[in-house]
Write a protein that binds this ligand. Structure first.
Ligand code: ZN
Length: 503
């Protein structure tokens, strides 16, 4: 419809300017974590704050709202899944969310978060929760305030959960997690009652350059495109992007432990392949992003765990790893497979294995709800953490450093909505993998030959290409033919670990 052509063009120009400002923030952030000398910190903080302000101003510009209103009849005249209708729909959803939050609140929250983060970086090594307590109390206050900008919610956490995992609510996540917990705890107990797997083969002296080279070769085979990406080192691994043509990952290498770098790289490459796989037509707009935290994490976990920790995968790659590290020559496939799937009750979420990981997440999710509801106070949080941890894992955290202070999330962002995506990702990763196998039963055999194209193409077709065109719920229904369910995930755990531990 010609009469909408100009308005559509105007919309795309406005959205692409916002997109580019956001990408520039990512670039400055990446540089800050990789190569920036210390002396750059102050100016970098100022520059990032300026870009954040420019992005927000443009995102809530009344002219953008007017344009979206003018284009609404056009969107309604198109099929739901047409690119233009989807762009208008997603841009409107973003706009309507952002205009509900006053600029003064955004400024206050941004300043407070960076303060809180600074204090947390000192409080954690000092094991001093009281030092950040007042800041966390304010974060909780501000998180509730955020919820209140969206009246009509069922639970105060809903707007925060919706922010990361659009369409999900406290009640839906809670129901899913309750089922999962009931099934996963007995599996964990049965395994941890046995002798721990021996992972001595993963410990030794493995030079950094060789480790990185091996991981690079592996993810190139999985389908990560180095013409549109690269790997650098940071304190905490992450994926970031500056355009669909430049999707980078970072890693952390421990020369005495093989698992750290390898599984981080595969994990982050899963996030990156998702972004690299988005339809290039969406470049420069809100559709050119992953659709939710849970779907994003499903892609990293699928490649990291269902592929990268599978026996078939190592049938192919272990001989290659041995070429690089001949000291592994005496290690059998079975020994190696058991080592990379070692299960143990541990203190740190990010180091946790597949069997215990979700329990770490559920603990945090429950605390977020209780804190927001007011049934738990920030003051009592360390104590509550210790009690719950002991009940769930049977071990007592020796301190707060590796207890309540371990994750950055509550100290640099909202309390609420920040953790459920990790477990949703595990559930969904297995759900998608299961559907890919139904469509292509040859995938496990191909993995044994180091071939991943069939799996990669299925993900590309069903998930990657769509970007944000479809919501998480829509993606799940289209790709799997059913609603989100824990069944494939539980089956996967039972089959894999049942065999490993003769359950
Ligand atoms: Zn991840």
């Amino acid at each position: 419809m010609a009469k909408y052509d100009r308005k559509m063009q105007d919309l795309k120009t406005r959205l692409s300017e916002i997109y580019d400002i956001d990408m520039m923030q990512s670039l400055l952030g990446w540089d800050q974590s990789t190569y920036m000398p210390k002396g750059g910190a102050e100016a970098r903080g100022r520059q990032l704050a300026l870009l954040a302000r420019l992005s927000t101003e443009r995102s809530v510009d009344k002219k953008l709202g007017k344009l979206l209103d003018d284009l609404q009849p056009y969107a309604e005249s198109l099929p739901y899944d047409s690119d233009d209708a989807s762009l208008i729909r997603v841009a409107r959803r973003d706009f309507e969310r952002l205009i509900k939050v006053p600029p003064s609140y955004v400024a206050e929250f941004t300043e407070h978060s960076s303060n809180s983060y600074m204090v947390w970086t000192e409080a954690r090594p000092e094991n001093d929760f009281r030092k950040v307590q007042p800041l966390l109390e304010k974060t909780l206050d501000l998180s509730r305030k955020y919820g209140d900008f969206f009246p009509g919610y069922e639970h105060i956490a809903d707007p925060l959960i919706d922010f990361a995992d659009y369409g999900m609510k406290a009640s839906s996540v809670r129901a899913l997690f309750a089922d999962l917990r009931a099934q996963q705890v007995p599996i964990m107990k049965a395994i941890t009652a046995q002798a721990r797997a021996d992972d001595a083969c993963l410990h030794g002296n493995f030079p950094e350059a060789k480790q990185i080279k091996f991981a690079e070769d592996v993810i190139r085979t999985l389908g990560y495109d180095f013409n549109r990406g690269r790997i650098d080192k940071t304190h905490h691994p992450f994926m970031t992007k500056f355009s669909l043509g430049d999707v980078r990952i970072t890693t952390r290498v421990k020369e005495h432990f093989l698992g750290e770098n390898f599984f981080s790289v595969v994990h982050e490459s899963g996030h990156a392949m998702y972004e690299q796989g988005i339809n290039m037509e969406y470049e420069g707009g809100p559709l050119a992003n992953g659709t939710s935290a849970g779907i994003h994490e499903s892609q990293s976990r699928l490649w990291e765990n269902l592929v990268g920790r599978s026996r078939g995968f190592w049938e192919f790659f272990l001989p290659r790893l041995k070429e690089i590290f001949p000291e592994l020559n005496g290690v059998s496939l079975d020994t190696f497979y058991r080592a990379i799937n070692k299960v143990e009750r541990s203190l740190i979420r990010t180091d946790a294995d597949e069997v215990t990981y979700n329990l770490h997440v559920m603990l945090r999710f429950d605390f977020e709800l209780q804190l927001l509801e007011g049934s738990l106070s920030v003051r009592d949080l360390p104590e509550a953490w210790h009690e719950r941890f002991e009940a769930d894992f049977g071990i007592t955290p020796p301190d707060d450093k590796d207890g309540v202070l371990q994750d950055i999330h509550w100290f640099a962002g909202f309390v609420g909505g920040s953790f459920q995506g990790y477990t949703l990702g595990n559930i969904l990763g297995a759900h998608f993998f299961n559907s890919a196998l139904k469509a292509h039963p040859e995938i496990p055999d191909e993995m044994k030959q180091g071939k991943f194209e069939t799996l990669h193409s299925w993900l590309q077709e069903n998930i990657y290409q769509h970007g944000r065109k479809f919501t998480a719920t829509e993606i799940v229904e289209r790709a799997t033919g059913s609603e989100i369910t824990i069944e494939p995930y539980i089956n996967y755990l039972k089959t894999k670990y049942g065999e490993l531990y003769q359950l």
